[in-house]
Ligand binder design. Structure first.
Ligand SMILES: [Zn+2]
Length: 287
């Protein structure tokens, strides 16, 4: 364990850990659903506070992004400043603990609402990224795909006045830059056709692709129970798996600081930090 995880572990409630261990031993094929709370220890801010309310303004919607060049300037200006935080982030103990639980056979599926790719980098396999990947960009006109990292030098080179600005990082590679889009900003275009580039993430106001939902739903059928980690489940795209689990007679447990939308239907709630809790669980299971 890391030093901070040890400090947190000292504060963990042994009875809650007993209950979580028993839950996993009774339901060894877990459908794990993770959210922003698992990545905050990696330095990636979340959107919401412990009550599930927006910390600041809501994120950009698909309609805004597609609807005006000013919104796209604003999006890319903020992305240029916010990208390093998510691009350079490292997996933390919670990501690594889930990878170890998978190796030990406890994880039937790992479904994440996060777009940061940290589960894969921690060694998890077959991760279903409900909301896509912030590390990738595609052309809406010709379908060409690019890595987000490859755009960063171009963005900085073409927008030197803003590239040096200091802005507090926000969720999903965004940053709190006060930029209304009316100022000049060179928005990146597709190198192949000059078309409009969009990050390969599901924006607010956009649906999760049906095939991805179907894949996750099928995985839920093969699981014994749902384990939610670090999510308030305020967004329906994640919450629905808890509702479906209940309909299908599968219990739901959650490790989350603060309330979740699924609290009324939880069989078990552990209100404790993700990393310390999952690391303790791994030790207890000998995983
Ligand atoms: Zn193109």
């Amino acid at each position: 364990m890391t030093e901070s995880a040890l400090l947190n572990a000292a504060a963990l409630d042994p009875a809650a850990l007993d209950a979580l261990q028993a839950f996993v031993e009774r339901h060894p094929r877990l459908f794990v659903l993770t959210g922003a709370g698992i990545s905050t220890d990696s330095g990636i801010p979340g959107y919401r506070d412990e009550n599930g309310a927006w910390k600041r303004s809501p994120p950009i919607t698909l309609q805004e992004f597609l609807g005006s060049q000013a919104w796209r300037r604003r999006y890319w200006a903020r992305s240029m400043l916010g990208w390093p935080t998510v691009g350079l982030a490292q997996p933390n103990g919670a990501h690594r603990a889930l990878a170890r639980l998978e190796t030990a056979g406890f994880v039937r599926a790992l479904v994440t609402q996060n777009v940061d790719g940290l589960h894969q980098r921690a060694g998890s396999h077959g991760v279903i990224e409900l909301h896509g990947s912030i590390g990738h960009v595609h052309c809406l006109d010709c379908g060409a795909q690019y890595t987000r990292a490859s755009l960063q030098p171009l963005l900085e080179e073409n927008n030197p006045d803003i590239a040096g600005a200091i802005a507090e990082p926000a969720a999903d590679g965004d940053a709190h830059l006060d930029f209304d889009g009316s100022l000049p900003f060179a928005v990146p275009a597709c190198a192949a056709c000059g078309g409009m580039l969009k990050p390969s993430v599901v924006f607010f106001g956009e649906n999760v692709p049906r095939a991805r939902v179907a894949e996750a739903s099928a995985a839920l059928d093969e699981a014994d129970a749902v384990l939610v980690v670090g999510s308030s489940l305020m967004v329906y795209s994640g919450y629905r798996f808890c509702a479906w689990a209940q309909q299908r007679g599968k219990p739901v447990a959650a490790v989350n600081l603060g309330r979740t939308r699924a609290d009324p239907l939880l069989a078990l709630k552990v209100a404790a930090p993700c990393a310390a809790t999952l690391e303790a669980l791994v030790q207890r299971l000998g995983a």
